[in-house]
Structure formats: structure tokens, C-alpha cells
Design a protein around this ligand. Structure first.
Ligand SMILES: [Zn+2]
Ligand SMILES: [Zn+2]
Length: 249
């Protein structure tokens, strides 16, 4: 199958699901959008009471100025971690010698973007595709999850997914008791065993406390008002966390 035949096949497969996606979330009824690369959340809204949050994987973008497509995995300006998930499409291109899936940046027609989006949608578990148009850039997003509103636990958590550390820049958040530092060894107790760069489940955070906090927690038999106010947990970045771990352990 050549690439244009492949595109027709994949677009056919994609089309009905995409229509269904739009009607299920009534996406034509919203006039505004906003997305945040750090939390990889896309907000589509009319006002604060009429909004929807989508967690997304960036697919790629099309420049209306240069008529070029740029796959997100090749986009050095994107800080979106999910972009690496689109590497399966690059692999697909390598296997089948479809250079359009394999080259990071190339010239093409605007219409072809929807083929690239359709292929991505068909190969990565997702709900649909949303395209936002800002200035001269069309940005295609693969929607992987829906969040009801901005106060949902997930949205708040996603917003806090990175901290901007004065020393290490943008990193994942981690939490440590107020006593841990890099000048005096105080012991290091964790909520679970950790190592640098490990993947975390959505519900897990890096968390650690010192020997004294452990004594208080032990006495209270849990984290409660007493043990928590003793620990006075602070937000630090992931790198800081592991520096503290190496020093205090
Ligand atoms: Zn402590
Ligand atoms: Zn740091």
C-alpha cells in the first residue's frame, strides 16, 4: 500500500469516530480554547461555568506561513512530555517507508495534516482530535482523557505537575518535611521506594521526611494534624528531592 492509499484507509476509519467525539462533547458549542504545555491540559470553554478540560498528547503543528508540518516529537520548543508517545507513528513510518511519518519537518498541503492526525488517532488509544488555530499555526492535539471541571482533583493535580525550581528549572514536584536540608544529616523516610527518573502513577508523589518526623508519625500511628504540623511538608523539585535523599540517607 502506498502512503496516499494508507491515508485514505486511515482517514475513513477515523472520520466517524471523530464526528462522534465532536457531538458527544458538543465541541462546536465552545468559542474559546486555551492550552497549557506544562500540564498538557486543553481547556475549551465559553465561560467559567461552561468549560471542559482535556488531557492531550501533542500530535504536531502546521505553519501557515511556511506550509510545513512539524511532528511534536521533533519539536524542540515543546516541553510537553506526552510528545514522546507519538514516536510509535515515527516507527510506523520507518517500518513502511512512509517518509511523512518519519521525517520530523517537511513541506505539505494543509489538508494533509488531518491525515497525519487521523493516523495518530488510530494508532494511539484516544478519544479524538482537536485542532487549535493560533496566529499562523495550526496545532493538532490528541485528546486522551476528559476532566469535568477545573476543581476536579485531576485538573488541580495536573496543574501542579511541574514546579519551577530556582536551581533546576521545570521539574516534577516532590514533597519533603521542613527539617530536611543539605547541611546536617537527618535521616530519610519515604512513602515508597524511589529512584531518579522513575515513572509515577497519577496518584503518587515523591514524599520524604526526617527521623524526628518519623518518631512523631510513629507515636501518632499515622499522618494526622499533629504529625503533619510537625513535618510542615514543603514543595521542592524532583532533583532537589534526590539531592536530599543522597545526603540524608
Ligand atoms: Zn522532619
Ligand atoms: Zn530543584
Amino acid at each position: 500500500m502506498n502512503f496516499s492509499e494508507f491515508c485514505i484507509q486511515e482517514y475513513d476509519k477515523f472520520y466517524d469516530e471523530q464526528i462522534e467525539f465532536y457531538s458527544q462533547y458538543n465541541l462546536d458549542s465552545y468559542s474559546h480554547w486555551f492550552y497549557d504545555q506544562e500540564s498538557e491540559l486543553l481547556r475549551i470553554y465559553n465561560n467559567d461555568n461552561d468549560e471542559i478540560y482535556f488531557e492531550y498528547i501533542p500530535i504536531g503543528s502546521y505553519s501557515l506561513k511556511s506550509n510545513t508540518w512539524l511532528w511534536s516529537w521533533a519539536n524542540e520548543h515543546s516541553i510537553e512530555k506526552n510528545k514522546t508517545k507519538t514516536l510509535v507513528i515515527k516507527e510506523l513510518g520507518e517500518k513502511n517507508s512512509y517518509s511523512q511519518l518519519n521525517d520530523g519537518l517537511f513541506e505539505c498541503d494543509k489538508e494533509e495534516c488531518w491525515d497525519f492526525a487521523a493516523i495518530t488517532k488510530n494508532y494511539i488509544q484516544s478519544l479524538g482530535v482537536y485542532c487549535v488555530n493560533s496566529n499562523d499555526l495550526l496545532s493538532f492535539k490528541l485528546v486522551i482523557k476528559v476532566h469535568g471541571n477545573k476543581n476536579s482533583k485531576e485538573v488541580v493535580k495536573l496543574k501542579q505537575r511541574t514546579v519551577d525550581c530556582g536551581i533546576h528549572g521545570k521539574r516534577r514536584p516532590a514533597f519533603v518535611c521542613q527539617h530536611l536540608n543539605l547541611t546536617e544529616r537527618k535521616g530519610f523516610h519515604e512513602s515508597f521506594d524511589t529512584f531518579r527518573g522513575m515513572d509515577l502513577d497519577n496518584d503518587d508523589d515523591f514524599g520524604a521526611w526526617c527521623n524526628e518526623c518519623e518518631l512523631v508519625r510513629d507515636k501518632e500511628e499515622e499522618w494526622n494534624d499533629v504529625s503533619e504540623s510537625y513535618a510542615e511538608i514543603q514543595l521542592v523539585c524532583e532533583e532537589c528531592y534526590f539531592e536530599l535523599k543522597e545526603f540524608n540517607q
